[in-house]
Design a protein around this ligand. Structure first.
Ligand code: GCU
Length: 332
């Protein structure tokens, strides 16, 4: 008995010694996941997030960033965020729609017709609060937005009018609104994860996809698709979501640091975005990609009748839809 006690005490001492010898052992690991490469603006945003947290509370938190979908596709990682295994994630609102319908609002095509209006709208902290009404039930909370620019069509054949989409197989992000949108354009919607798109294009499973210019360069889709059309059908942000389980488990002062870090990250990402997008377009041109400006009204008119139907099917997004529409009108 006595020996056992002594051994126990010795063990406790050894553990304490080890902890004080290497303070990192006592730190809480904070895992951040995203799907982009390390030069992407989302990554740059998260580096700013990490720096902020470690500068304010580096003795307590060890922030680790996992880029390139190394922890899995976003649809899967959102589950890990709910469980508190991954603490932060940047994820397109489109991918959140199947978890909470309110996030579908940004997938409504032509909700915004100007990037200025979209950027002004999504950078308001009140909008993140409104999206997060069900945070406790969802298991995650939206803390900030990264812009993902404007989504446009790109394909192996030129898309110069809506008729050029007819019968083609186009990849969309998962989420019912995206599927409805693509079908309304007359194409066959093929939902799949971001990481699967390159090989699907290459193997001819799909004829095209839709995204911002960085998909051409960073994901190399421009190696297969040589035509990019500025139809501007969507502007959906990548949200910085935090695990409510994690945030509730830490002191309030620390929660505040993480919330501030999300705002710092948002600012850094927007700055990096505006620089990077111009470069990416030049890079894509060198890959042989041609960019077309088209009559966006034709594309818009094709899917405007869908708005009413989408709102009927998903009334949870109505209030934000009205607010975004009014904001877009006022900030053209
Ligand atoms: C963009 C966006 C990602 C999204 C991807 C996609 O790159 O930033 O969050 O996952 O598009 O189309 O899946």
């Amino acid at each position: 008995m006595k020996i056992k006690k002594l051994l126990g005490a010795a063990l406790a001492m050894a553990v304490l010694a080890a902890v004080s010898a290497s303070p990192s052992m006592a730190k809480t690991t904070v895992r951040i996941s995203h799907t982009q490469i390390e030069t992407h603006p989302d990554h740059i945003g998260f580096v700013a997030f990490k720096d902020y947290v470690e500068q304010k509370a580096g003795d307590k938190y060890d922030v680790q960033i996992f880029p390139n979908s190394t922890l899995g596709a976003n649809e899967k990682v959102l589950e890990l965020v709910k469980q508190g295994v991954v603490q932060f994630l940047s994820v397109s609102t489109a991918n959140i729609e199947s978890f909470d319908k309110i996030y579908g609002v940004f997938s409504v095509p032509y909700l915004f017709t100007s990037e200025k209006a979209y950027e002004g709208f999504v950078t308001q902290p009140e909008i993140m609060e409104k999206l997060s009404v069900n945070a406790d039930k969802d298991g995650f909370v939206a803390l900030g937005a990264f812009t993902a620019g404007t989504r446009n069509f790109y394909s192996k054949t030129p898309i110069k009018s809506v008729a050029d989409l007819s019968g083609k197989k186009f990849r969309v992000q998962s989420g019912p609104t995206n599927v409805a949108m693509m079908n309304a354009f007359g194409a066959a919607a093929t939902p799949m994860s971001f990481g699967e798109v390159y090989s699907a294009l290459q193997q001819g499973v799909i004829d095209g996809a839709e995204n911002n210019e960085l998909a051409l360069t960073d994901q190399k889709h421009g190696e297969v698709c040589k035509y990019f059309t500025y139809d501007g059908h969507q502007m959906c942000p990548d949200l910085i979501v935090g695990s409510t389980k994690f945030l509730k488990s830490i002191p309030e002062a620390d929660q505040k640091i993480f919330r501030e870090a999300a705002q710092v990250a948002q600012k850094a990402e927007f700055e990096a975005w505006h620089k990077r997008i111009a470069e990416a377009k030049e890079q894509a041109k060198k890959m042989g990609v041609q960019f077309f400006n088209v009559d966006t009204a034709e594309f818009r008119n094709k899917v405007l009748p869908l708005h009413e139907q989408l709102l009927k099917e998903n009334p949870a997004m109505k209030a934000l839809y009205d607010e975004a529409s009014a904001y877009n009108e006022a900030h053209k």
